[in-house]
Design a protein around this ligand. Structure first.
Ligand code: NDP
Length: 333
């Protein structure tokens, strides 16, 4: 019986996404409650304790978080750190024996992703990656059509995500070591979409990267374009940028087309089809749905919708995209 159990979630790193999106979303979940925090910034602690009624015993820093192992209030440790720190702390989280949720992109390298998967397997805990779109109903329709093919064989996918950020903040997102880079941060949405919209794994990738602001993007990509070839012959054209607004996922098939626009925003995901159908199912909060789905997979002991392997598949391709752009050649996958 899953109806009266709420799993305790501990957020690791109280940055923008934890503060403004995940903590409020946790208040809307049916199967989760925010019971703990891990932070390196002491000044954040009293604010969070007061706002979310978190007792002293459930407050940790990055050095003390191993002690979560002994805390019965915490069932899940949710890694919301800069991408370059995901692997180190997701492994620490797994070693506490608690279930692990890890934000997208899963990590910087395929090797790091594998180390997270192995740590979770060793500790017999579940691992979910925070790809919220796969929990979103209009996206789930597109995912289903990749298998049922109501518009015939898929020929071309366009997956484009970008924001015109006029004044990029000097944060970890511009720091390659900490996992910065637009392909990692936003590009994984278009890459993941290209894969879920075709239900295929690409066999090659060609990519190029460019910037109009080389003084800001000294070590990370501002804009990445990539082309994926799939075994069926389908092609996906992906674009991502922090210099230009773009928000579409379009699928061209033999007998028609369908699209979501926007396809990756927190709300308002909607679309239409060549024969006039609307994709406009409304949900109140994507992150609440994602966390409830993932909590249910723990409560019912079923496979999570987005396991570690799914996050790792993207990172393997992301590494090939950076390599292709750097070496200016097609990379076989
Ligand atoms: P922020 O920069 O806003 O926050 C990161 C937090 O990490 C900091 O506030 C800090 O928290 C902690 N931190 C620890 N070490 C460092 C360090 N060396 N440099 C910087 N911060 C550090 O990032 P976001 O919240 O925007 O992103 C966090 C993660 O969430 C990323 O992996 C990102 O990709 C993902 N994300 C996912 C989204 C989604 O839609 N699924 C949307 C936005 C982000 P503290 O002070 O508490 O220690």
């Amino acid at each position: 019986n899953t109806s009266n159990k709420k799993l305790g979630v501990c957020l690791v790193a109280l940055g923008n996404y934890s503060t403004n999106i995940l903590a409020p979303a946790l208040q809307l979940t049916k199967y989760c409650r925010l019971t703990g925090i891990v932070t390196g910034t002491p000044s954040k602690i009293p604010i969070w304790q007061k706002k979310y009624n978190i007792p002293d015993n459930n407050v940790y820093n990055y050095e003390t978080m191993d002690r979560i192992a002994n805390n019965p209030d915490i069932d899940i440790v949710y890694i919301v750190l800069p991408t370059g720190l995901h692997a180190k702390y997701a492994i620490k989280a797994a070693n506490t024996g608690k279930h692990v949720w890890c934000e997208k992109p899963m990590a910087k390298t395929e090797k790091e992703c594998l180390s997270i998967i192995n740590a979770c397997q060793k500790n017999k805990v579940k691992l979910s990656i925070g790809y919220r779109m796969q929990h979103e109903p209009n996206t789930q329709q597109v995912i289903q059509w990749a298998t049922t093919k109501p518009y015939g064989n898929i020929n071309t996918v366009y997956a484009e995500i970008g924001y015109n950020v006029t004044n990029p903040e000097k944060s970890w997102r511009l720091n390659a070591k900490l996992g910065g880079g637009t392909m990692y941060d936003l590009g994984v949405y278009s890459l993941n979409a290209a894969r879920y919209a075709t239900n295929e794994e690409p066999i090659s990738v060609t990519a190029e990267q460019m910037t109009t602001r080389p003084h800001i993007f000294t070590e990370t990509d501002e804009t990445t374009h990539f082309t994926l070839e799939f075994p069926s012959g389908a092609i996906a054209h992906g674009k991502t940028s922090v210099g230009k607004d773009m928000h579409r996922l379009r699928i061209d098939a033999d007998k028609g087309w369908y699209q979501l626009q926007p396809f990756s925003m927190y709300s308002g995901v909607q679309g239409n089809t060549s024969d006039g159908k609307l994709l406009n199912v409304y949900i109140e909060n994507q992150q609440a749905k994602q966390m409830d789905d993932d909590a249910l997979s723990i409560l019912n002991n079923t496979n999570p919708l987005v396991p570690g392997e799914e996050g790792m598949k993207d990172i393997r391709i992301v590494e090939a995209i950076y390599k292709s752009a750097k070496e200016n050649r097609k990379i076989s996958l």
